[in-house]
Ligand binder design. Structure first.
Ligand code: FES
Ligand code: FE2
Length: 380
């Protein structure tokens, strides 16, 4: 890991010299890794079960009783805020006959959850509170019928799910890196603004690759991002398997020495932080954008959720308009430019599956991401 002490000077030098951080060498990544169904199954098992996975943000559910559901690979989950400080994760399966206790995507201020099949009712703590015709079940104590709980940790507002012991061990190792990486971003203090789910026809890693280099800004995003962000100039740092890329905004060119204070640095840069394996945080001065990428059923499918969180709550009409503009810009860029191109790339993989992709020295983020995946798969 490079020094993080002097990122202002490091970036300033890159801007002056129109340079970027480099990897030591070129890296060639086999196309097979994006199209192989066995590989996809292995990644789901190891990266999304034996590894901690960030599955949401605490401010998605700010009030007691707020909740959301998601399917993490093949496990239906129910995430619930129990009180102002505690969030719990349960397997969203009723202990009676296995229906999903919560059917919808999300809800607010629930007091309890009633299973739709036979109306067993669970508390926010996951305990069975009541069941119709109680006497028919008298030999099975209600305490034996709690929802199964999964460990979830709130780190700076990022919700990390740990499906098993292996994952727990890795999470504990990861915390040190997360502390460094996210020290300026406590998402417990941000406000959820809006969310969109996008289903795409490409491997989940290809969706993540989109966010791992700024080499394509001038070319693919010539009208949208190119006027705002400098192309192919980026600081790269790794924190364990996690990655931080910092690029200068074009506003930095308007006057010299604009990167000296923390405020200047934040105002005139964009930070793209990949929380291994599947979450991308894109930071802006007054808001952040969070992308969660999950593998779909097949190797060429994935599900992406995009949410915007603002520092100030959007109350006024003009504030809402402002966040709508930001939300729409991000969606327009990624959904209309990055993902359609990625879907074409995915289709092209099948034409020559033995080929290898080239990650240049100026794409160290891509290199680190794929090396980290291979390392994690090796560890099991
Ligand atoms: S399956 Fe939930 S109450 Fe029967
Ligand atoms: Fe892009």
């Amino acid at each position: 890991m490079k020094s993080t002490i002097n990122i202002k000077d490091r970036l300033h030098n890159l801007v002056i010299n129109r340079e970027t951080d480099y990897a030591n060498d070129i890296y060639r990544n086999p196309v097979k890794e994006y199209i192989d169904s066995e590989r996809n199954l292995l990644e789901k098992k190891i990266l999304f079960k034996n590894n901690p996975v960030c599955i949401g943000i605490a401010s998605d559910i700010p009030n007691k009783g707020d909740w959301f559901t998601l399917d993490l690979i093949d496990t239906p989950l129910l995430i619930v805020r129990k009180n102002s400080t505690d969030i719990a994760a349960y397997i969203n399966i009723c202990t009676h006959r296995g229906a999903k206790v919560a059917k919808e995507d999300s809800g607010k201020k629930a007091f309890s959850f009633k299973c739709p099949y036979h109306s067993w009712v669970y508390s926010l703590e996951g305990k069975l509170i009541s069941r119709p015709r109680e006497n028919a079940f008298d030999k099975i104590d209600k305490n034996e019928c709690s929802l199964k709980q999964i460990n979830i940790y709130n780190h700076n507002g990022f919700l990390w799910l740990n499906m098993n012991k292996k994952s727990e061990i890795k999470y504990k190792k990861n915390v040190k890196d997360l502390n460094l990486l996210l020290k300026d971003y406590n998402l417990n203090n941000y406000h959820f603004y809006k969310k969109k789910i996008i289903n795409i026809n490409m491997n989940w890693k290809l969706a993540a690759d989109t966010f791992l280099e700024l080499y394509h800004i001038n070319s693919l995003h010539d009208e949208t991002l190119s006027p705002i962000i400098m192309s192919d100039i980026a600081l790269f740092d790794s924190f364990g398997s996690n990655i931080r890329i910092i690029g200068p905004r074009k506003s930095v060119l308007k006057s010299k020495n604009k990167l000296q204070t923390n405020k200047e640095f934040k105002t005139h840069t964009i930070q793209v932080i990949t929380l291994f394996p599947n979450t991308v945080l894109v930071t802006h001065h007054e808001h952040v954008e969070v992308w969660h990428i999950l593998p779909g059923e097949k190797e060429n499918e994935s599900k992406v959720s995009f949410s915007l969180y603002s520092k100030e709550k959007a109350i006024t009409k003009s504030a809402k308009q402002h966040w709508d503009n930001n939300f729409n810009l991000a969606i327009d860029v990624v959904q209309a430019e990055d993902f359609p191109l990625g879907e074409d790339v995915q289709k092209g993989f099948y034409a020559d599956p033995k080929r290898k992709l080239i990650f240049g020295k100026n794409e160290p983020g891509l290199q680190h991401f794929h090396k980290s995946i291979n390392q994690a798969l090796k560890e099991g």
